[in-house]
Design a protein around this ligand. Structure first.
Ligand SMILES: [Zn+2]
Length: 260
């Protein structure tokens, strides 16, 4: 058993934060996850994060359902090429510096998101409207543009869509490579990573922002499903989308929302 107590972090504060975050994300009224679906992570120091352990229910989670892991050790594993399931399991245990349970293999994708500067709260969910699109031949519509201004304010203009890949090490490696290409192309990281036939990751600077990004992604999918039911979705013209993206009042609103 590895205790959470150490001098570098204030694990009590961060544990309380991730429990609050997890209950918001797992709240049955929000309908973002069911059963033990989904997971959350919160950065505790530059090199560590708390992440939900395998098998726990987000809404009913308590202190015992989270583990603290060393991000550098996980990134070393991700960058070192293919590995057997046994090696991944033992590397995950070795990287665990706090808590008594086992981190899930999805911790690797959380590590990939949490190592981005400015990202400190990540929510992974399988919302029904989002998955309705991700499990259809219309998923690419999610990447074709922005439909309404608030979408851009909360989610930015460019998201990332990843093909279906075996969850765990191969998926984390693929997302890491595609993230680097995305940041190179757009100059900033995506706030949403869509996983075909699986679900989504929301990358926030606070738990509240990660929740808002998730909620907006659900709304976008609902609007798109509605648009597809009556015709073809239409998108904001690029110049209008750019204008929303860079307007000072919208940037102010975005900053306020992140603090909410
Ligand atoms: Zn998942």
């Amino acid at each position: 058993m590895k205790e959470f107590m150490n001098n570098q972090t204030q694990p009590g504060d961060k544990l309380a934060e991730i429990i609050r975050f997890s209950r918001m994300i797992g709240d049955p009224q929000s309908d973002l996850t069911i059963l033990a679906e989904g997971n959350t992570s919160v950065r505790t120091t530059e090199d560590r994060m708390l992440v939900k352990a395998s098998g726990a229910n987000l809404y009913t989670s308590g202190e015992q359902d989270f583990v603290e892991v060393d991000l550098r050790m996980l990134m070393t594993l991700i960058k070192s090429g293919p590995a057997s399931d046994e090696h991944v399991t033992s590397a995950l245990m070795e990287a665990t510096v706090g808590g008594t349970k086992r981190p899930s293999v999805e911790s690797l994708l959380h590590a990939v998101c949490q190592q981005i500067p400015g990202v400190t709260a990540v929510a992974h969910t399988h919302p029904v409207p989002v998955n309705a699109l991700l499990c259809s031949d219309k998923a690419s519509y999610l990447m074709q543009g922005s439909m309404f201004p608030d979408q851009i304010v909360v989610m930015g203009k460019a998201q990332l869509l990843i093909p279906y890949i075996d969850p765990g090490l191969p998926l984390a490696q693929e997302v890491l490579a595609r993230l680097a290409a995305h940041i190179h192309e757009h100059g900033s990281h995506p706030k949403v990573i869509y996983l075909l036939n699986h679900g989504m990751f929301a990358l926030g600077s606070t738990p509240e922002e990660a929740l808002q990004i998730t909620q907006m992604a659900v709304k976008v999918s609902r609007v798109m499903l509605g648009a597809l039911s009556v015709g073809t979705p239409t998108f904001l013209a690029p110049e209008n989308a750019d204008r929303i993206h860079t307007r000072p009042d919208e940037e102010h609103r975005r900053a306020l929302l992140a603090k909410f």
